[in-house]
Design a protein around this ligand. Structure first.
Ligand SMILES: C[S@@+](CC[C@H](N)C(=O)[O-])C[C@H]1O[C@@H](n2cnc3c(N)ncnc32)[C@H](O)[C@@H]1O
Length: 281
């Protein structure tokens, strides 16, 4: 079994980008009454302590949410994201970081559904406990999320937001992301699919954005945030990206002012930059 535990990375700069985009997608998808199915193929534990356990040990949130917390921002997407983190915390300083399941459960409505896949044997038990407390709209499966996606598409309501957020600890994940998307487009071409990917010094990571562009049958949007120059020969994360297929209406408008603000807040050296590109018809 893989060793990756998302708790070590909770609230880091990559989580900030991923969850800021996720909040904007959910916000737009709940504007219509029709039920939304939220699928998280790689769900993690649901929520994370920042002051204890893995996250406290790694302190990665210091390069992420901690740099935004307490700030006052003009960019609505930053405010929306911080409001979701605040909802999950009682005090003035966040002690818990909401994972994608927690954010989705906070934002979705009573008639929407959450379908979560998590294959790590320990992590899925934590997720199940979280889901039991979070409500009956949520179904958790301990099976492989890439394969599991087939079983939920197309959703009865014909509206879905699918987050594909592997750890890429296994380099097969790069290949499986593309294969999974190609299959998903055949089953349900009009769904909204968001793929998170890491910027690391390996060829699979550099090639992935072009493979994603080529896989897109229709509209797409791609936002990436580089926080520092790659370390020479290093394996560290120097940034990340979110690639969204069939993005909700005006997602690009929401992200345009937020991305330079993220560079200013999360950038660690002069190589820090962002990208925002799209094909919208
Ligand atoms: C990056 S974390 C997910 C974080 C979460 N989506 C969030 O934003 O809060 C990736 C998770 O995928 C799990 N995982 C790895 N391979 C998997 C697979 N094939 N199917 C389902 N889960 C998997 C890992 O155990 C890990 O918890």
């Amino acid at each position: 079994m893989f060793s990756y535990r998302h708790g070590f990375h909770a609230g880091n700069h990559a989580d900030v980008l991923k969850h800021l985009v996720l909040v904007q997608m959910l916000k737009r998808m709940i504007l219509k009454d029709k039920a939304v199915l939220f699928v998280d193929t790689h769900a993690g534990a649901g929520t994370y302590a920042l002051d204890d356990g893995f996250a406290a040990k790694s302190a990665e949130s210091g390069s992420g949410i901690a740099r935004l917390w307490g700030g006052r921002f003009a960019e609505p997407a930053l405010c929306d994201y911080l409001a979701e983190v605040a909802k999950h915390n009682d005090g003035p300083t966040p002690t818990r970081y909401p994972g994608s399941p927690q954010i989705a459960s906070q934002m979705l409505r009573g008639h929407d559904r959450l379908r979560l896949f998590e294959a790590h044997t320990t992590e899925v038990e934590v997720l199940r406990d979280w889901a039991t407390a979070a409500g009956r709209r949520i179904t958790v499966s301990s099976t492989d999320g890439f394969a599991g996606l087939k079983s939920v598409l197309p959703p009865p309501s014909r509206r879905a937001l699918v987050l594909i957020d592997p750890s890429y600890e296994d380099k097969q994940d790069y290949r499986r992301v593309i294969a999974t998307l190609e299959d998903a487009f055949r089953r349900f071409a009009t769904g909204t699919y968001a793929v998170w990917y890491p910027q690391v010094s390996r060829p699979e990571s550099s090639r992935l954005p072009e493979l994603l562009r080529r896989a897109a049958p229709g509209d797409w949007l791609h936002a990436w945030l580089t926080v520092k120059a790659p370390e020479p020969g290093g394996r560290g994360l120097h940034g990340s990206g979110m690639f969204v297929f069939n993005p909700p209406w005006q997602l690009d408008d929401a992200l345009r002012p937020a991305m330079p603000a993220l560079v200013a807040l999360l950038g660690q050296d002069p190589a820090a930059c962002f990208g925002l590109e799209s094909r919208l018809t």
